[in-house]
Design a binder for this molecule. Sequence first.
Ligand code: NAD
Length: 256
Amino acid sequence: DLKGKTAVVTGSNSGIGLGVATELAKAGADVVLNSFTERDEDHKLAEDIGRTHGVTARYIKADLSKGDEARALIEKAGRCDILMNNAGIQHVAAIEEFPTEKWDAIIAIMLSSAFHTMAVAVPMMRQNGWGRIINLASAHGLRASPYKSAYVAAKHGVVGLTKVTALETAQDPITANAICPGYVMTPLVEDQIPDTMQKYDMDRETAIKEVILERQPSKEFATTEQIGGIATFLCSDAAAQITGTTISVDGGWTAR
Ligand code: NAD
């Protein structure tokens, strides 16, 4: 039961972040949703979660490509018992053609923002005597693919940063771990299906199994609810000695 705990989930107006915030709210946590936009629908998402699960839910805008906004997000939240660094973007291009501004944005949003949020959240967690840091890395935090230089570098970086944070908080009642999904069904992935079908002249099922899930032996997507369930488990007493490690949720991808 996470009643009385406040969870800050970055990049949570869609996809995995929204799924995790919903599952944590279901387990009783107050939640802070975040993205870089400031729209009525962002605040409405928080209202809906709050009403459905009987918790306090807020939306706080912060553009995590900027370190000061990442720090301000945690300060504005006021309390942060559970921190999930999840915000992310992708860009696919050969290294010699990879735009520098895309490289900088990916490293800033996916790696540096986790450094900034943790730098503010760790002292809060020490003061409150409890904390759970969950960084949403990827199978690409453990394995590489061509044309994803910035993404793979950022996700490997997140895994390394998680280990350092775990060592620095090892004697506090704080844990830091990374979840490493293969493919999870989110709007981001759903959007790639029509293009893939067209490019390879395949029906939907073949495009999913042979192209999108090529490296995922289960040939199934993970769901955002499953990622939320794992985050909730990492917040439980059973997980108190799990720190500085990765949990793969990849249908066997990294077993190869
Ligand atoms: P998504 O596009 O649905 O979610 C990404 C979130 O990050 C959105 O809420 C978006 O608004 C937010 N975001 C982007 N730029 C931001 C910025 N500058 N400031 C603040 N927020 C920003 O995609 P998703 O699939 O839910 O991805 C969530 C995380 O999971 C990412 O880190 C992604 O790399 C990782 N991941 C996804 C998959 C997958 O298959 N979907 C697999 C492995 C890892």
